[in-house]
Write a protein that binds this ligand. Structure first.
Ligand SMILES: C[S@@+](CC[C@H](N)C(=O)[O-])C[C@H]1O[C@@H](n2cnc3c(N)ncnc32)[C@H](O)[C@@H]1O
Length: 272
């Protein structure tokens, strides 16, 4: 059954229309995800998190039961739909999808409405740095329970530092960062795995750092790896193709040194 038609040009997804042949239910979101997966397999490759990797984050949501989730990079709304459905199921209240492109922003709004998740997902268009600051200044965002980083890799550390400076990272906040090994993001991995002492040393070595973050936060970081055979065109599908190998780093803020919950132990590396 064709439930979704997206108007596609070579570089944009400017319009879409729907054939609403099914009624909305709590399972509606699965049909929308299936349609996006099918589109990616048969029409045009989409840079969604995809079916397999998203299960890892959904399991994380079931385990952590976040109230507030934020994603950096929304694209066409696949991850927002998959994760906000799980968040709603676990009693969570809001999922912020931060997307730079106004064009993709419209697609996310339309598809998340179609998925029956319009009341949970708030789409915020603009650079994530501005959006985070604005949401915080407006009082809409005071803490993040689960942060999904999936936009421009060189900005992961910078935007995490913005969240830290705004006080959005609390004890227990979990960060799920996509593609940290391939294409790779050594500075981000180094940052979340550094000790408080090293982060403070690095900071002291820069005369006027643009962003300080909060070097006293201590994260436990673990790598999740897998193969993604979905979301790629049928003709190039191959489960063991190295192009389809993926990684996700999951880091949990376990404490803040010198803070109310002081714990100045070295950074923990064990999986939690
Ligand atoms: C890999 S896609 C996100 C895929 C999406 N999370 C999913 O799995 O369905 C990356 C997205 O990040 C957006 N992006 C890039 N830089 C950004 C920034 N500074 N702030 C917000 N979004 C950004 C791009 O426009 C693109 O839509």
């Amino acid at each position: 059954m064709c439930i979704l038609i997206m108007g596609v040009s070579t570089s944009s997804y400017s319009s879409y229309s729907t054939i609403p042949t099914w009624t909305k239910s709590r399972e509606t979101h699965k049909k929308v995800l299936d349609a996006i997966d099918e589109f990616g397999r048969t029409r045009k490759y989409l840079m969604n998190i995809g079916e397999y990797k998203s299960k890892t984050v959904v399991d994380l949501i079931k385990d952590r039961k976040p109230q507030v989730m934020v994603e950096l990079g929304g694209y066409v709304g696949y991850s927002a739909i998959a994760f906000a459905a799980a968040l709603r199921e676990c009693g969570g209240s809001v999922y912020y999808s931060l997307e730079k492109s106004p064009e993709f922003g419209k697609v996310i709004v339309n598809l998340t409405d179609l998925a029956g998740l319009g009341n949970v997902i708030k789409v915020v268009v603009g650079s994530s740095s501005d959006s985070l600051r604005r949401l915080h200044a407006d009082g809409a965002l005071t803490q993040i329970d689960l942060l999904f980083l999936d936009h421009y890799k060189p900005l992961y550390t910078q935007y995490l530092k913005i969240c830290e400076e705004l006080g959005l990272i609390k004890v227990g906040t979990v960060l799920a960062a996509d593609n940290v090994i391939k294409p790779g993001n050594p500075p981000y991995l180094e940052y979340v795995r550094s000790s408080v002492e090293k982060k403070n040393r690095d900071l002291a070595a820069i005369s006027e750092p643009e962003l300080k973050g909060n070097p006293n936060l201590i994260y436990e970081s673990r790598l999740v790896e897998g193969w993604e055979p979905s979301g790629v065109p049928n003709k190039v599908r191959n489960e063991m193709n190295p192009d389809h190998w993926w990684t996700l780093d999951v880091a949990k803020n376990c404490s803040e040194a010198n803070g109310g919950l002081a714990q100045t132990a070295p950074v923990a590396r064990e999986p939690y």
